[in-house]
Ligand binder design. Structure first.
Ligand SMILES: CC(C)(COP(=O)(O)OP(=O)(O)OC[C@H]1O[C@@H](n2cnc3c(N)ncnc32)[C@H](O)[C@@H]1OP(=O)(O)O)[C@@H](O)C(=O)NCCC(=O)NCCS
Length: 342
């Protein structure tokens, strides 16, 4: 009996050395049924573990046959791939562990962007080391080390190669556009982003991999890797959520439901539900915050990290004294008990 975590029938690009640069999975599957898994397993000679096997076009045909009457979508995909001019791969993931190959890493990024798993629900540790740096061009993915040759060749052919980015991660929209989203500038959303239904990413918005929105949401600010934004929240123009990939930060930031990070504001703490951060104010974990009750009286001074996850707070910088304050529509007593709960 073979129970798989995920599988994908992919079509990708290799460099001149035959190394994978990227893989496109039209229909990735999370927790496939045993019958579905077996249809692939018997063709690719899989034993166990996490494995990516390059297949020929005729093997795609054999897979299509094995899928006949079993899974219409996978069957149609396999049939289409028989005519592929690009390399094909079958990726089978038995255990959700650190990705160790390009096809495996890409399958996990697809699981996120296809909304099959939410951020933090698939293991991506070490993915930077696994994915190659790629020039993403109008002629597809090109190994950065081979770009100069391609550029020259394009000129010789009277053409120009358009390089839209040089990165380990491609734009999500070139792989999948999940239902019910708007993305004003596709280069701002990396593959591996999770965009919930009803999400709008405006031009200033950015979404990294393993990050995103539950949806609906209006995103005009940056969602760093690892950050997840709850339903009904807004990130104002130019706002920021602090990431953990660089700079030594290790608190994983999340934004609760119906919260607002004002324009040019930012959060370095996980925010609760119905919170607001005044535009222009950046809250870091160590920011000293004066808590005010509903009458404006001072309750006490805390570090912002102590308010992580507390709901119904409004953070602002007092425009007269310059100190950072947090106000609430709750009485001091309620606020204190909310704090202690956390
Ligand atoms: C922080 C914020 C949410 C407060 O808004 P609000 O709750 O509507 O508060 P108000 O502006 O009505 O102000 C309430 C009172 O607090 C005072 N106040 C507001 N901000 C203050 C500040 N920074 N310092 C001192 N007093 C302040 C007001 O003057 C007002 O005083 P009053 O009771 O004497 O009249 C708002 O200023 C803000 O920054 N919103 C973000 C909007 C945004 O960026 N959207 C995204 C667009 S892309």
């Amino acid at each position: 009996m073979t129970t798989l975590y995920a599988l994908g029938l992919g079509i990708g690009t290799k460099n001149s050395k035959g190394e994978w640069l990227e893989v496109f999975y039209a229909a990735p599957v999370l927790n496939p049924s045993e019958a579905l898994a077996n249809a692939f397993i018997k063709i690719v000679g899989y034993d166990k573990g996490n494995q990516a096997t390059a297949i020929t076009n005729s093997q795609a045909g054999e897979i299509a046959q094995a899928l006949e009457g079993l899974d219409a979508a996978q069957n149609a995909l396999a049939k289409n791939l028989i005519n592929s001019k690009r390399p094909l791969v079958v990726t089978l993931i038995e255990t959700d562990t650190n990705p160790t190959s390009v096809p495996e890493g890409y399958l996990k990024l697809h699981l996120l962007s296809h909304r099959l798993v939410k951020p933090h629900n698939t293991v991506l540790a070490g993915i930077f080391g696994v994915l190659p740096n790629v020039a993403w061009t109008n002629k597809g993915a090109i190994d950065v080390n081979e770009l100069a040759d391609h550029q020259l060749q394009a000129r010789i052919n009277g053409e120009e190669l358009e390089v839209s980015s040089v990165d380990k991660f491609p734009k999500m929209a070139n792989y999948v556009v999940p239902k019910g989203v708007r993305v004003a500038h596709t280069a701002r959303v990396r593959l591996g982003a999770y965009l919930g239904e009803g999400t709008t990413i405006m031009h200033e918005g950015f979404v990294n991999f393993n990050a995103g929105t539950e949806g609906p949401a209006m995103i005009e600010g940056r969602i760093s890797a690892g950050v997840f934004v709850g339903t009904g929240s807004d990130l104002g123009g130019g706002s920021s959520t602090m990431g953990t990939l660089s700079g030594g930060g290790n608190i994983v930031i999340s934004i609760g439901k119906e919260s607002l990070i004002g324009a040019n504001a930012g959060s370095g703490i996980p925010l609760g539900d119905r919170c607001k951060i005044e535009s222009g104010l950046y809250i870091t974990a160590g920011t000293k915050v004066v808590m005010l009750d509903d009458t404006g009286a001072e309750v006490k001074t805390v570090k912002a990290r102590d308010l992580a996850g507390v709901s119904d707070l409004i953070f602002r910088r007092n425009s007269i004294s310059g100190r950072v304050e947090v106000v609430t529509n709750k009485s001091a007593l309620q606020l204190n008990s909310a704090l202690h709960k956390n």
